[in-house]
Design a protein around this ligand. Structure first.
Ligand code: ZN
Length: 468
């Protein structure tokens, strides 16, 4: 196959070459992109172009599905019980997974390579099937056979979850935010349904509860007002998931709230879910401090540490794992997180693969990078309606003050990182940027993987640092 490919002008990824049912399969690069190559009987099952005795196929959703019939390790799975630590990588570009695989080779991690929210899908103009197919082809290319997951991230409704499951996602992150009442008046407690009030009062009042102790009447009333609908929603979604009869990990996320989650809130939510037999794989409370996009943790590390200990105690008591969202670049808290959760937890890092891609552009296509940063600075306001960031455009060193060699420095600076981070959807929609950007990443895939492996490696190093 190698020689035939060469004569056709394609270069084979040697590590991808494998056999099934007497046919040969591989990934090769040609005409500026990667293709699936099939030789032998199986070839007729794939959509592609016949050349010589090979069929050269696009890395399409359809071809990924057929390939999965020959190699089941390329299909996402739910987290195996013995894999205690999982990490959500979220390859937004469809080109980052080989680098992510390189990063985790030496660590005991269950990787969730496919991970996107509905908003990220629309910003990156992809659908879940494409997200999964990109991950599948990457694990096939590198013969990563340890298993990986797919996370329908921050899904809010049954319809969204159904869609994610139909596409093959194996983890659902349920975002309860629309059912959390952030502004409540304690006087409204009286108007609540009598059964709801009785249920909570009998279960929690005048009791010495583990970890959180006694709950006052006012604390409980406030809790019920703020959270009872979210709890009901999570229970109803859990029933729906069970009716689907597919192995899937449920993460309950209550992090998208204005304030941090108190131990009392975490405990009662957990107790309610466990009482209703919800199988919680992980829970994402809102931790203290700021977890802004693209930069390190901002906040009181001591306070974070104390609170994390209590949240961990609650999670252990109920038998699930904690989950950290917006985990990219939170180097200050990684060793603490690793130590306290004993690396039985989940961490989501998503946007960094975009910033590392821009590092490639800064290195090899300075003019494209200059255009991207100028655009991002100009359009940052539009993106700020979705993301809260505290750095300022005025903190960014003007582009005309930096030589081409100095451009990668922007990716070490908070203001530029955040500005580029949150404008990814806008940039990817721009004609001047989109095609040249993807062509640049395709042409420098090894450099991209190298940057990703280094950057994600730093994350893993921090997380595993204090683990014995
Ligand atoms: Zn979140």
């Amino acid at each position: 196959m190698k020689d035939t490919l060469q004569s056709l002008g394609y270069s084979l990824y040697e590590e991808s070459l494998q056999e099934a049912n007497g046919s040969q399969f591989a990934i090769a690069r040609g005409e500026g992109t990667r293709h699936l190559i099939v030789q032998g009987q199986a070839a007729s099952a794939f959509q592609g172009e016949a050349k010589d005795d090979l069929i050269i196929c696009p890395l399409s959703v359809e071809n990924a599905k057929v390939l999965g019939q020959y190699f089941d390790y390329i299909i996402p799975i739910a987290r195996p019980e013995h894999k205690k630590f999982s990490m959500g990588f979220g390859d937004r570009l469809g080109l980052a997974t080989p680098g992510h695989i390189q990063a985790i080779r030496n660590y005991d991690v269950f990787p969730v390579f496919a991970q996107q929210s509905i908003r990220e899908l629309s910003l990156s103009k992809r659908n879940y099937e494409e997200v999964i197919a990109a991950a599948s082809f990457a694990v096939f290319q590198t013969q990563y056979k340890e298993g990986f997951g797919g996370d329908g991230d921050h899904l809010k409704t049954e319809e969204e979850i159904q869609y994610a499951l139909d596409c093959g996602m194996t983890m659902i992150t349920l975002d309860c935010s629309e059912h959390i009442q952030n502004e409540v008046d304690i006087a409204d407690y009286q108007n609540l349904d009598a059964d709801i009030k009785r249920h909570y009062e009998e279960r929690y009042l005048a009791k010495a509860l583990p970890i959180i102790g006694e709950v006052t009447e006012e604390e409980l009333q406030l809790f019920v007002l703020v959270f009872h609908k979210a709890v009901e929603h999570a229970i109803s979604i859990s029933k729906f998931l069970k009716s689907q009869d597919k192995p899937v990990n449920l993460e309950v996320s209550i992090d998208e709230t204005p304030g941090e989650t108190s131990p009392l809130q975490h405990y009662i939510i957990a107790q309610e879910l466990i009482d209703a037999e919800v199988e919680v794989s992980s829970m994402a409370p809102h931790f203290s401090g700021a977890f802004e996009k693209g930069v390190d943790y901002q906040g009181d590390v001591e306070k974070f540490t104390q609170e994390l200990r209590v949240h961990q105690e609650i999670a252990e008591y109920f038998g699930y794992r904690l989950s950290l969202h917006s985990g990219s670049d939170k180097f200050t808290v990684f060793p603490i997180w690793g130590e306290i959760t004993k690396m039985a937890s989940h961490v989501k890092v998503a946007g960094t693969n975009w910033l590392e891609a821009l590092r490639v552009v800064a290195e090899v296509e300075p003019e494209l990078f200059r255009g991207a940063l100028a655009y991002a600075m100009e359009h940052r306001g539009e993106a700020e309606q979705y993301y809260h960031i505290s750095s300022k455009v005025s903190d960014i060193v003007p582009l005309d003050q930096r030589s081409n060699e100095e451009l990668p420095m922007y990716l070490e600076e908070d203001a530029a990182r955040q500005t580029l981070h949150i404008t990814y959807g806008l940039l990817l929609a721009e004609e001047f940027f989109r095609a040249p950007f993807f062509a640049c990443l395709e042409a420098h895939e090894n450099l991209y993987s190298e940057f990703l492996a280094a950057h994600m490696g730093k994350h893993l190093e921090g997380l595993f640092e204090r683990l014995q």
